[in-house]
Design a protein around this ligand. Structure first.
Ligand code: AMP
Ligand code: ZN
Length: 136
């Protein structure tokens, strides 16, 4: 269901313009307005779901299939050297638009460490404890 206060719903309906690079009955793929690299794009389902928790499994599967298809096309056309697929869920995870989307970020040699995170250094005991919590 379209949400009037959702920027991506308004892009899907055409109310707000976008640089659309692919469209089918389920998805629109647009260029990100603030790209991390040349070609940074967003896969957006036409139906409003806030995040991956809410996305139906079938749509999630189709989104990944489309990511694979777009990666191939974009690698051919943009001559990039790799790809990051990023998908943020929740404010703490960096989500700023609460309509599910996947970032397709073409990577080029020498484009810099645009996505580096600082690693924790857990002990073996902490690793075991984390495993226990998740798997029990
Ligand atoms: P996230 O932080 O994962 O929620 O990503 C939201 C993304 O949407 C950001 O990378 C923004 O640059 C992008 N964005 C926001 N508004 C627009 C817009 N009107 N057209 C294209 N991309 C947008
Ligand atoms: Zn929406």
């Amino acid at each position: 269901m379209k949400q009037d206060n959702c920027i991506f719903c308004r892009i899907i309906s055409g109310e707000i313009p976008s640089h659309t690079i692919y469209e089918d009955d389920q998805f629109k793929v647009i260029l990100d307005v603030a790209p991390a690299t040349k070609g940074h794009a967003l896969i957006i389902p036409k139906k409003h779901y806030a995040n991956l928790y809410e996305l139906p499994e079938d749509t999630a599967a189709d989104a990944i299939k489309l990511a694979k298809k777009m990666m191939k096309i974009m690698t051919d056309k943009l001559n990039c050297d790799g790809f990051n697929i990023i998908q943020n869920n929740g404010e703490i995870a960096g989500q700023t638009v609460f309509h599910f989307h996947m970032h397709l970020i073409p990577r080029y040699e020498d484009d810099g460490e645009i996505l580096k995170y600082i690693s924790l250094h857990p002990s073996q005991e902490e690793m075991e404890e984390t495993k226990r919590i998740i798997t029990e």
